[in-house]
Write a protein that binds this ligand. Structure first.
Ligand code: UN1
Length: 513
């Protein structure tokens, strides 16, 4: 029997014992193997999902391409109205869906609700945007000519998402894609398939209520082999993929091989620089939430603290003391700060990282370890750990998706700290804690942080949806969510119109017949 009100949440979200991979829940045709989803919270079976076969994939894609032909004709503000209704439904289901996210993925209930709030926020953003898909107009160099650009719907958008944000990343993509007139096919992580079914059930209701074609939202379940069908498919002009750098490199090559577009949001190795002018209290809150929130499984999680030698011991002591306050346990119990890792494989990676940092000469400041006994039966609960290390260590250069924080020392000016911060292959999120205007501005300047996100007196994680989200270097270069990220979901067209009776050529070229 499932505890903590999960049974009620599942029934509210239309989750059955065995769920079918579908196009929008209107069509049931999946014939694949059964995928079982176990909660890392208590090891219980949540529900089962039928994975998609190649034949199922074909049906989903046919439904999607047919839906696109119709959906692109709907005026953008009317598509915005569909997304508005989706946001309303998410408000109704925020508690149930947030709880399911917490239970299937393991993040704290607060963060589960926060994730659903991100979905609601991006819907609101997209509704407004649906009246602002602007192109520019330009002055033509030729008399009697008008020149402008417009954005047209692109087609089927393939979305590949990771377990750590099992619902929000899908919504960042779909909310924008839908107002742009695109349709979506989603390949969620096989570690969080029930969250995906729940999302699909919610959007299916909206689609049904508005008599829209079901192919607007497709869902395919399974491992990377089903994802591969999507990345290779020439009917999919854009693949938006979130996950490891390893996965991203494969996706990027496959999609580039057919000259498709890809939007990649891959690994991070995010650091906070702590200068002598930092507010230590703020630094501790930002660093600890950044390092242990979502049990260190955000792509924006704080992995490295780069601390000036003059305040190193002071900051270290404050952080170590804060770690002593952390309560690890059932994430649905709001007095706990840290929930479990996603699975025992992740626990193994965490243990390997700790062994490796010691082997490379690091010093453990807060001991890690796997918890066992009452409340920890799933075997996925670990203690957040801290090690003093060097940026050159192989393990520090690597993104370990677990609560392991490395403290690195710098001396001299902030330029040295910036060099350490930039001295990794990844480029997602970064932060500086300082009250010194010169240091802050230098950090944000062209010679400062090389990341897609650079914050001052804020940690590395917990970005708002209004900004473009993504990073440089091995993070993949894509931008999702706010600002003008919508443009990648549309195709741009430049139009020049001649309203005279002669045909002058550009660049003054003469061509008389
Ligand atoms: C991710 O971990 O893939 O900035 C996304 C954050 C969240 C999104 C993280 N808004 O931490």
């Amino acid at each position: 029997e499932l505890q903590f009100g999960i049974k009620e949440a599942l029934s509210q979200l239309g989750i059955k014992e065995v769920n079918e991979g579908t196009s929008t829940g209107l069509n049931h045709f999946s014939g694949g193997e059964i995928l079982e989803s176990y909660s890392p919270v208590d090891g219980q079976l949540i529900a089962k999902v039928k994975t998609s076969t190649a034949a199922d994939y074909e049906k989903v894609m046919e439904a999607a391409t047919a839906a696109f032909k119709q959906f692109r004709l709907m005026p953008a503000p009317q598509r915005g109205e569909i997304v508005r209704q989706f946001g309303e439904k998410l408000r109704v289901h925020k508690e149930a869906l947030g709880k399911l996210v917490s239970y299937e993925m393991g993040k704290s209930l607060q963060e589960g609700y926060g994730e659903v709030q991100e979905m609601i926020d991006i819907c609101d953003f997209a509704v407004g945007l649906s009246r602002q898909l602007h192109g520019l107009t330009m002055h033509s160099e030729r008399p009697g000519h008008r020149m402008y650009e417009q954005y047209h719907s692109l087609g089927v958008v393939g979305i590949i998402s990771a377990f750590n944000f099992p619902v929000a990343v899908w919504a960042w993509n779909t909310a924008l894609a839908w107002i742009c007139g695109d349709v979506c096919v989603w390949k969620p992580s096989e570690k969080t398939p029930i969250c995906a079914i729940a999302c699909q059930n919610i959007i299916s209701e909206v689609i049904k209520e508005n008599n829209l074609p079901e192919g607007i939202s497709g869902l395919i379940n399974g491992d990377y082999t089903i994802g591969e069908l999507l990345t290779k498919d020439i009917r999919v002009p854009l693949i938006s993929a979130t996950g490891s750098t390893r996965m991203g490199k494969i996706v990027a090559q496959v999609v580039a091989g057919r000259l498709g577009k890809s939007l990649l949001e891959l690994g991070g190795n995010n650091a906070i620089i702590v200068t002598p002018d930092a507010d230590i209290k703020m630094t501790v809150i930002g660093a600890v939430f950044g390092a242990v929130g979502t049990a260190g499984q955000r792509c924006t999680s704080t992995r490295r603290l780069i601390i000036h030698e003059s305040i190193f011991d002071k900051v270290k002591d404050a952080i170590v003391a804060a770690y002593k306050q952390l309560r690890i346990g059932n994430p649905l119990d709001e007095k706990n700060h840290v929930g479990p890792l996603i699975d025992t494989q992740a626990v193994e990676m965490y243990q390997q990282a700790l062994r490796k940092v010691v082997a490379e000469g690091g010093k453990i400041l807060v001991e890690g370890g796997v918890l066992s006994g009452a409340g920890y039966e799933s075997g996925c609960y670990v203690k957040p750990a801290i090690a003093e290390a060097d940026n050159s260590f192989e393990i520090v250069q690597h993104e370990t998706f677990a609560p392991v924080l490395y403290l690195l020392k710098y001396s001299g000016t902030v330029e040295n700290a910036i060099a350490i911060q930039n001295g990794v292959a990844q480029g997602l999120s970064s932060a500086i804690m300082t009250n010194n205007l010169r240091e802050a501005e230098l950090f944000l300047s062209v010679t400062g942080s090389d990341c897609g996100i650079a914050n001052v007196n804020i940690g590395t994680s917990g970005a708002e949806i209004g900004g473009a989200f993504g990073g440089e270097k091995e993070t993949g270069g894509g931008r999702e969510s706010g600002s003008d990220a919508w443009k990648v979901y549309m195709r741009r067209q430049t139009n020049t119109i001649n309203y005279t009776t002669s045909l002058p050529l550009a660049q003054g070229i003469k061509f008389d017949l």
